[in-house]
Design a protein around this ligand. Structure first.
Ligand SMILES: [Zn+2]
Length: 281
């Protein structure tokens, strides 16, 4: 069985309204025709040459990606450029590409909400970078029910797919945590609001040195216990794919929604001081 791409996109946009995307974002259809038939959908965080090869090999009709593939302007799409090669491979193989990004983050079962649920953080409330509380769950405050910082980090390590940099923690292992702020994607810009809103722990990905150092120093100066956990951007958002796939499958039982397990976390290994490789092989 199959469905017209246009009808499937209507479902996507009811679930993840384009109006919920932030101004700089570019979600929506990248390649394909609204009238083409879709029966097999491959869900992925990123779009790379390896993922397109997987889509061709698995005879998928649509790649549903989290990150927009053409977010930044390009001047050409020649086949010897990385972007052009991906786009022309998709078009030649009649594979449509669609992305649901910050509009999907915002939803009740989006990337941050999924991450929170996976590690037992409940009672979510959205917040924005200015510190206002709202319903957009791209960034969320929740309750951890007195778990220790070490326990929360261990939970993250067990639910996230394995990556070289794994789970990095600032703070004391035994610190008891109740109020947690989470942002599954790159959360630097929410760090200050998380602190201001009284979180005892901030969990996010792609956190920069100066942002984290300033938070830790502010907390020390204020005599406040504050932990930070930095996780892989890909791993954090990959968890959401399973949720999106099962929601879409329940609405379209005759179509296939498969989560792509190709790792697009950019780091392949870390080394210890003796030069031995640690983490991923
Ligand atoms: Zn992301």
């Amino acid at each position: 069985m199959s469905i017209a791409l246009g009808s499937l996109i209507e479902q996507f946009e009811k679930r993840w309204p384009l109006a919920s995307a932030v101004a700089w974002d570019a979600p929506g259809l990248v390649t394909g025709s609204l009238t083409q038939s879709i029966s097999r959908v491959l869900l992925t965080v990123d779009v790379t040459a390896a993922i397109v090869a997987e889509a061709i090999e698995g005879e998928f009709d649509l790649v549903l990606a989290h990150h927009p593939f053409l977010l930044r302007p390009v001047n050409n799409l020649t086949e010897h450029s990385a972007k052009g090669n991906v786009v022309s491979s998709l078009i030649k193989n009649n594979i449509a590409l669609y992305s649901a990004h910050t509009n999907a983050d915002a939803s009740l079962s989006g990337t941050t909400a999924t991450l929170a649920k996976a590690i037992g953080i409940s009672d979510l409330k959205g917040f924005d970078a200015q510190g206002s509380i709202g319903t957009d769950l791209s960034a969320a405050l929740g309750q951890a029910q007195s778990m220790s910082l070490g326990e929360i980090a261990a939970n993250l390590a067990s639910v996230l797919p394995q990556t070289a940099s794994s789970v990095r923690v600032a703070g004391s292992f035994d610190q008891i945590v109740n109020k947690v702020a989470l942002v599954a994607g790159a959360g630097d810009s929410f760090a200050d609001a998380a602190y201001q809103l009284g979180a005892e722990l901030f969990i996010s990905s792609d956190l920069r040195h100066h942002v984290v150092l300033e938070l830790l120093e502010r907390a020390k100066a204020a005599g406040r216990e504050f932990g930070v956990i930095d996780i892989s951007h890909w791993a954090a958002e990959w968890l959401w794919l399973e949720v999106a796939a099962s929601e879409l499958a329940s609405e379209n039982s005759d179509l296939t929604f498969q989560v792509c397990d190709v790792r697009t976390d950019v780091w392949d290994f870390v080394v210890n001081p003796s030069g031995n490789q640690a983490g991923l092989a």
